[in-house]
Ligand binder design. Structure first.
Ligand code: NAD
Length: 320
């Protein structure tokens, strides 16, 4: 089997590599050629969370699992709190093929998912990118989004303003002007909004969102988290990576529970990628992508990482 250590991932996979891998597997999911298995997530006590995201991609010939979670005590030990590893198996024999560091890959695949949604759902003439959230994921999100439209500036809001320099620095790196704004101003100016927070109550309210906006709602990946006013979902065209996850642990969980959105009205983004669904209906439509994060995304980028690491001599082969 091959081992691709976490340290080898940095600089190995470009945002374009991650985009291509995620776009392909979303399309395979919509054709039911790829399946995610039910997510396992367990509390270990003292705030520690551990779980598995897994799936089978018949089209891509991949079977795998991401194991990992959130370990809040890590920071004091000089480790990052989110820890994960992706294991790949031969889908015909079950023989393990690779173990791949999953921490940076998670950020790349999550950013790729919202970038794929922007590529397929945002208005072509989108010029202003709005960022809600300024945590670890936000910089990856902004970098990947900037490749999809000809944005000329970024506006951002974060509950904790001391974190905003991360957005300003990332925008500067991309050569884009950045302005910290209120949520009112963000909604009034942004053509594309990425929301990536760990909030458990909505930040972006119905009155903030104007026609024509595309919202990539990326932070809600657990029961109880929430970023968006459910009334936005009621008047938007709603897309997701995986409908079963969207209605249980994604942003859609709240609108569905309140009877504002029906499961049948949520479209897999893969159907748009495949051309089976037209996506955005008009320039005035509001589109929402509920990115819940699926195991097949992890498996797709991990498989690409193994290919690239082997080609560059960065993968270590060990006998089973
Ligand atoms: P982080 O801890 O680095 O940052 C957290 C962010 O949330 C900060 O911007 C913080 O100011 C904000 N925040 C915290 N409490 C808030 C509240 N009550 N209201 C509004 N904002 C609040 O986290 P991160 O690594 O950037 O991850 C952000 C979120 O994205 C988390 O919820 C994480 O679980 C989720 N995530 C989702 C996926 C996916 O595939 N959908 C993948 C990775 C992470």
């Amino acid at each position: 089997m091959w081992i691709v250590p976490e340290a080898a991932i940095d600089g190995l996979l470009s945002p374009d590599d991650a985009f291509a891998a995620v776009e392909q597997v979303f399309a395979a999911m919509a054709r039911t050629e790829a399946y995610n298995f039910p997510v396992v997530r367990e509390g270990l006590g003292e705030g520690r969370q551990y779980g598995f995201k897994s799936g089978l991609d018949r089209a891509g010939g991949q079977l795998g699992v991401k194991a990992g979670g959130y370990f809040p005590g890590n920071a004091a030990r000089g480790l990052i709190n989110h820890q994960s590893t992706v294991f790949l198996f031969d889908p015909d024999t079950g023989v393990v093929q690779a173990a791949v560091g999953g921490n940076l890959l998670t950020a790349l695949r999550t950013a790729a998912a919202s970038a794929v949604s922007i590529a397929h759902l945002a208005r072509r003439d989108a010029r202003v990118l709005g960022m809600i959230g300024a945590g670890h994921q936000s910089a990856f999100q902004m970098r990947a989004a900037a490749r999809q439209r000809d944005f000329d500036r970024v506006v951002g809001w974060n509950l904790h303003p001391e974190m905003l320099p991360r957005l300003a620095d990332t925008a500067a790196d991309l050569g884009l002007p950045f302005e910290a704004v209120s949520l009112d101003a963000l909604g009034a100016q942004a053509d594309v909004i990425i929301s990536i927070t760990s909030s458990d109550a909505p930040s972006l309210m119905d009155a903030h969102v104007r026609p024509g906006t595309h919202i990539a709602c990326m932070g809600t990946d657990t029961v109880g988290k929430q970023e968006l006013d459910p009334r936005v979902l009621a008047r938007a065209a709603v897309f997701t990576d995986e409908v079963a996850q969207a209605v249980t642990l994604g942003e859609c969980q709240h609108a569905v529970a309140q009877g504002l959105l029906a499961e049948r009205d949520i479209t897999p983004l893969g159907a748009v990628i495949d051309g089976a669904h037209p996506g955005r209906g008009s320039d005035d439509a509001i589109t929402v992508f509920d990115g819940t994060g699926v195991g097949l995304q992890d498996i797709a980028v991990a498989a690409r990482a193994v290919e690239l690491a082997r080609a560059k001599g960065l993968a270590v082969e060990v006998a089973l």
